[in-house]
Design a protein around this ligand. Structure first.
Ligand SMILES: Cc1ncc(COP(=O)(O)O)c(C=O)c1O
Length: 488
């Protein structure tokens, strides 16, 4: 049964308000406001409780992280402390207009400057921009800076970026959008990059390698330093996709391994829910050699001997320019700042250790039940394969859909592409052992059902408000308008 719209729930004469009678002359709205007056527009008529219940019901139809476990690998759907949302809503922060003069928004600039300093400390890099709107946008920004770097050296022959076959789809897309060519590098059977393959592939036409660490199999690139040395020896740079930094906070600093440039996903690692179309933030951190190319403006602080004032530095002749209007998604920065200050260095490290512990707990619970094509130690996520269920004519998609009946969101499926029937599970650090046990039990029950009652899986989900959708059509032809039925 589809949910009714407010128009269908409407009952003539119902009101969500009750006001005392007028003690001033009545005004004819159409005379005052002309066509803008709403009288006669047939708006729905409902009581307050009807409206509250309607929206409360709608808010609970979809699965979301405040409702249940959401182990979507690579997307890091962790629970975000509500206090961070409150901080971002504080009037003095939420109401800062982007045209506010610098002298009147010193607090906001200070927050951005401090956040940049924390990110430098956490990653080991020398300079940072907070401007990019999301991870993919950060990638584009970083690769554009690398392009500008080689142009400034007259090395315009370098038009190739090497990208491993396990990369997130945004990596090759960012490479292409910044005018380079992406050349795929095959991973080793253990899921890691092969330094020997890089030796073979890296020529003087290569601008950089774009590697994710930990990679999308949840595996740490243990040869990172050697990989960077190989690239640097050929005059190329190394970009690290740091979207998975939530596995390494306080444990590994990417700059120490020799990487030159990285983006971070604030909305995965430092609070702010990932996905759902809301704003994200993809700061880019760089080594000194790339600093001149950072987008304008950069938030700076005058030296202590002056007045310690914060200002926006626009005087950057080599900059790649602006990546976004104004200064990036400030609300996300406030949440990240709050999160970092709240946890502190020890707390951030704890968060990463718990993310890794939880992924390995789930891995131990499901090994032998689902295939594990890459057995190297997992960090914050583990990638299984549902290939062993193919003999029952069951696909990974069926497992994903059946999980909804157990009250769990599915893991990421069919990514990374190098794993057939991939099931990429990222439990995150915020889940309790009891939740992980319940999830493992559900996954085990589903594997049993695949053998004993496969039709049940193929019919799933049966307990959700809508059954199996044509997901491609639902996202490509999204229809969020209510249209009255003809003649209704
Ligand atoms: C490894 C990796 N790289 C890049 C991205 C792109 O980030 P965004 O979705 O913010 O554009 C993601 C997304 O989570 C990711 O997991």
């Amino acid at each position: 049964m589809p949910e009714k719209s407010l128009f269908e729930l409407s009952e003539s004469g119902r009101r969500a308000w009750s006001l005392p009678g007028l003690d001033v002359p009545a005004v004819d709205p159409s005379r005052e406001f002309g066509d803008l007056a709403r009288a006669g527009n047939d708006l729905p008529e409902l009581s307050e409780i009807d409206i509250v219940r309607h929206y409360t019901r709608l808010s609970a139809l979809n699965h979301h992280v405040d409702k249940g476990f959401y182990p979507l690998g690579s997307c890091t759907m962790k629970y975000n402390p509500k206090v961070n949302e409150r901080a971002a809503r504080l009037d003095g922060l939420a109401d800062v207009h982007p045209f506010t003069p610098e002298t009147a928004c010193q607090g906001a600039l200070q927050l951005m400057h401090e956040l940049g300093e924390y990110l430098k400390e956490i990653t080991g890099f020398d300079a940072v921009t907070l401007q990019p709107a999301a991870g993919a946008h950060g990638e584009l920004c970083g690769i554009m800076m690398i392009r500008r770097y080689f142009e400034s050296r007259g090395e315009t022959n370098r038009d190739i970026v090497l990208v491993p076959d396990s990369a997130h789809g945004t990596n090759p897309a960012s490479v292409m959008m910044s005018g380079f060519r992406a050349v795929q590098i095959k991973s080793r059977p253990d899921g890691r990059l092969d330094p020997d393959e890089l030796e073979r592939e890296c020529s003087d036409c290569v601008a950089c390698l774009m590697v994710t660490n930990p990679n999308t199999l949840g595996i740490f690139e243990t040869d990172a330093r050697r990989i960077c040395d190989i690239m640097h020896a050929r005059g190329a740079l190394v970009y690290v996709d740091g979207a998975n930094l939530n596995a390494c906070l306080g444990i590994h600093r990417p700059a120490d391994a020799g990487f030159d440039c990285m983006h971070l996903n604030l909305h995965k690692t430092f609070s702010t829910p990932h996905g759902g179309g809301g704003p994200g933030s993809g700061p880019v951190a760089v080594r000194r050699i790339l600093e001149p190319f950072l987008p304008v403006p950069v938030v700076r602080r005058l030296g202590n001997d002056e007045d310690g004032r914060y200002y926006l530095d626009h005087d950057r002749p080599d900059s790649v320019g602006r990546m976004l209007d104004f200064h990036g998604h400030f609300g996300v920065m406030v949440k990240a700042w709050t999160y970092i200050r709240m946890l502190g260095a020890a707390g951030l490290r704890d968060a990463s250790e718990n993310a890794v512990l939880n992924a390995n707990y789930v891995r131990a619970g499901l090994e032998g039940v689902y295939d594990l094509p890459y057995t190297a130690r997992s960090l914050h996520e583990v990638v299984f394969s549902g290939s062993n269920l193919r003999k029952h004519d069951i696909r990974t998609l069926d497992v994903a859909k059946r999980l909804l009946d157990f009250g769990f969101h599915a893991p990421t499926v069919y990514f990374p592409l190098i794993v057939p029937e991939a099931l990429m599970i990222e439990p995150t650090e915020t889940e309790s052992r009891a939740t992980l046990d319940a999830f493992v039990a559900a996954m085990r029950a589903i594997a049993r059902e695949a053998a004993e009652d496969p039709d049940r899986l193929r019919a799933a989900p049966t307990l959700t408000p809508v059954r199996r959708l044509d997901e491609a059509r639902a996202s490509r032809q999204l229809d969020v308008n209510w249209t009255p039925e003809a003649g209704g």
